[in-house]
Design a protein around this ligand. Structure first.
Ligand code: HMG
Ligand code: MG
Length: 298
């Protein structure tokens, strides 16, 4: 039997907007967050405290966190790559921070300019500092299903990084398919390794939809009992350090599938479609979400 509830985290404001060429105004980012929480999302990834030289799109991180109107029951997370990012991140009062590394050496170099081992060393004081401030720490494991530079990634490679992340005290793990090449059995194999080290409720699937496999991979994860997933409204996004990577699976598409399965998310599909239409309008294009397009065409 499948889980009865799913916790959906919308990464649109962060993963979605980090890769946009057009400059999105801080107030539009805050408005997107407002519309997502009004649609019933209770987990939102808002921004990144990374180097503005690397990702200028997230350069207004503190301003966005100051501009959002916090709603009780909603948890706001931000990315933190190193100690330099920790202080301003904590000052912005997130409920959770996200450190990020990868199952692939080559991707880790391109994305955060260090080896996997060095990334773990960098995270140690970040994790300690966040916990000292009472803030939960998640870790994203990029390229868990494949790497744009190294190709195939094995479940052994996934576990080889999941295990030390847990040993460092990370509370939760995201199995991330950065370039969307995962397929259901391979996803289950990667998830199974994460589940060896983290509690079921603390394992999330973060699937980009580049090859159109993301919904299937969510279903495959549900079969293992995994009930926490990331998605991005309107299907926004990509990763600047993974050429050709498209956005995350669209939140609208995930909610439509889960509604059909009778799995609760607490999200109102029509209001979610409105949020996606809003940000797509700001970006001057149609939502990528197939469900959003179908709903809007009615
Ligand atoms: P570096 O160049 O090796 O670091 O970058 P550095 O320590 O030499 O610093 C270089 C400059 O950046 C310095 O400034 C630092 O002060 C500054 P300068 O002295 O030249 O004026 N700096 C910072 N500024 C603000 N905040 C900071 C910070 N750190 C350094 N935190 C670094 C290393 C990690 C900083 C860099 O590589 C970086 O910022 N990378 C982030 C890349 C990124 O954001 N990628 C996208 C997010 S991950 C993702 O999308 C995947 C995910 O969705 C899961 C999936 O799908 O796979 C999560
Ligand atoms: Mg991502």
């Amino acid at each position: 039997t499948l889980p009865t509830h799913v916790k959906l985290l919308d990464v649109g404001p962060r993963d979605g907007l980090q890769n946009e060429k057009a400059n999105v105004a801080t107030e539009h980012k805050a408005q997107l967050v407002a519309m997502l929480q009004d649609a019933g999302l209770t987990e939102i990834e808002v921004t990144s405290f990374v180097s503005p030289k690397w990702v200028p799109q997230m350069g207004d991180n503190a301003a966005v966190m100051a501009a959002i109107e916090r709603k009780p029951g909603v948890r706001y997370s931000v990315l933190v790559p190193n100690m330099k990012g920790l202080e301003p991140a904590l000052a912005s009062r997130p409920d959770e921070i996200l450190v990020f590394t990868a199952a692939s050496e080559a991707f880790t170099q391109k994305n955060i300019n260090c080896s996997i081992a060095e990334s773990l060393e960098r995270f140690a004081p970040v994790i300690e500092g966040a916990h000292a401030a009472g803030v939960k720490v998640r870790a994203a494991l990029s390229c868990a299903l494949g790497c744009p530079y190294e190709g195939d990634i094995s479940a052994d490679q996934v576990e080889a990084v999941v295990q030390p992340l847990r040993a460092l005290g990370v509370d939760a793990i995201d199995i991330a398919d950065t370039i969307g090449v995962g397929t259901p059995r391979k996803v289950q194999a990667a998830m199974a390794r994460a589940l060896k080290h983290f509690p079921l409720a603390e394992v999330s699937g973060h699937f980009h939809d580049t090859y159109g496999q993301a919904l299937t991979n969510i279903y495959a994860s549900l079969e293992l009992g995994v009930h926490s997933f990331h998605a991005s409204v309107a299907g926004l996004g990509g990763c600047p350090y993974a050429k050709g990577a498209t956005g995350n699976v669209a939140s609208e598409d995930v909610v439509f599938m889960l509604n059909g399965l009778g799995i609760e998310t607490g999200v109102d599909l029509d209001r979610l479609v409105d949020a996606g239409a809003f940000i797509s309008g700001v970006l001057g294009r149609e939502p990528v979400s197939r469900v959003a397009r179908a709903v809007l065409a009615k």
